[in-house]
Design a protein around this ligand. Structure first.
Ligand SMILES: Nc1ncnc2c1ncn2[C@@H]1O[C@H](COP(=O)(O)OP(=O)(O)OP(=O)(O)O)[C@@H](O)[C@H]1O
Ligand code: SF4
Ligand SMILES: [Mg+2]
Length: 323
């Protein structure tokens, strides 16, 4: 899946997007600040970064689930904020989410059938109950679960099975775009690869486009066509997976990469981990590089001026004064 772009058609275009949260009367938290990226039809863009850097906020604001503070987000060329009525409802069908924790995101009191059928009903996808039934059973099969599971209670299932049901629920409405927000990080390691493989297989079969949020870099590397690395509300580096993994340029990306475990023990032993020192700066400050307090290469310029994104190789973007 890493072999180049799967078509150049942009499905989601995010330009200078910001999302601030008001914190009390006089301060705002700039959870996402001036972020731009696009997702092409059929590809997977990975959004990575440490906990609290703004991945979920960025993902949700990008698809109109959170109201943006400024900037623009276009879905198939149309500004999401301007969509109303039928068009808006249609967007909620075309864009679906898979959540991190299948224990909290799926109502434990509900039967599997009802969970999967909910969206089908909201969007009038089935002509009648028979057709609805067919779609539900077909979805169960697509996610690798036995059709008889439809009549069981969600409580009876393991984490991996619940996540399969969560995926079936999202895909039952035939979406084009899936925001996967750390869909495997709550699962047992032994189950994670199965769910990733399922997501890949379904992407291929159903022509889906993914925005995939993760903090585990090893996962993203094998799964994503391109990667955007986030640090405190900003994208600091973005490019093709192989390019970003093979030639990370931003000091933060380098630090992240050096923490990725390498399976070969000899390599791992000889590997130098770049430790990040200092507290991470708050989201509040501006007019400086947000990574300045932790960066080994910091200069005065970094403390006075936030670096802008530059294209250093075709499709490879970095925001750092030293590059
Ligand atoms: N609804 C909200 N109100 C106020 N602050 C919020 C809200 N949602 C998120 N934040 C803050 O915005 C910042 C980014 O949070 P976000 O959940 O987007 O990060 P994340 O990268 O998804 O983290 P994680 O990896 O833990 O899921 C954090 O400082 C968080 O506390
Ligand atoms: S701009 Fe300066 S502080 Fe920021 S990452 Fe680059 S070198 Fe480090
Ligand atoms: Mg999150």
């Amino acid at each position: 899946m890493q072999s180049g772009m799967k078509g150049e058609n942009v499905i989601l275009e995010v330009r200078n997007l910001s999302k601030f949260f008001r914190m009390g009367r006089h301060s705002v938290l700039k959870a996402v600040h001036d972020v731009s990226f696009s997702v092409r039809k059929g590809e997977t863009l990975g959004l990575v970064g440490e906990s609290g850097c703004g991945k979920t906020t960025c993902g949700r604001t990008s698809i109109g689930l959170y109201e943006k503070t400024s900037g623009s987000t276009l879905f198939n060329g149309k500004e999401i904020a301007q969509m109303k009525g039928k068009e808006r409802k249609d967007l909620t069908k075309r864009v679906q989410m898979v959540f991190q924790d299948p224990y909290t995101s799926l109502d434990p009191k509900m039967k599997v059938h009802r969970l999967i059928a909910e969206g089908i009903r909201i969007h009038n996808i089935a002509a009648n109950r028979n057709e609805e039934q067919e779609i539900v059973l077909d979805m169960l099969q697509k996610v690798g679960l036995h059709p008889s599971y439809a009549y069981r209670n969600i409580k009876e299932f393991s984490g991996g099975q619940r996540q399969r049901i969560g995926i079936a629920r999202a895909l039952a409405v035939q979406p084009e775009f899936l925001l996967c927000d750390e869909p495997i990080s709550a699962l047992d390691v032994s189950i994670q690869a199965q769910i990733m493989n399922l997501l890949m297989e379904l992407q291929e079969k159903m022509g889906l486009t993914y925005l995939f949020i993760a903090h585990d870099l090893a996962v993203v590397k094998h799964f994503c066509d391109r990667i955007a690395v986030m640090y405190l509300g900003k994208i600091v580096e973005m490019g093709g997976s192989e390019e970003v993994y093979g030639h990370p340029l931003h000091p933060y990306t380098k630090a992240l990469m050096s923490a990725v475990p390498i399976p070969d023990p000899d390599l791992e032993m000889g590997r130098k981990k770049i430790l990040l020192s200092g507290e991470s700066s708050s989201h509040m400050g501006e007019d400086r590089c947000r990574f300045a307090d932790r960066c080994p290469y910091v200069s005065n310029q970094c403390r006075n001026e936030g670096p802008k994104m530059k294209e250093v190789a075709p499709g490879h973007w970095v925001a750092c004064h030293q590059i």
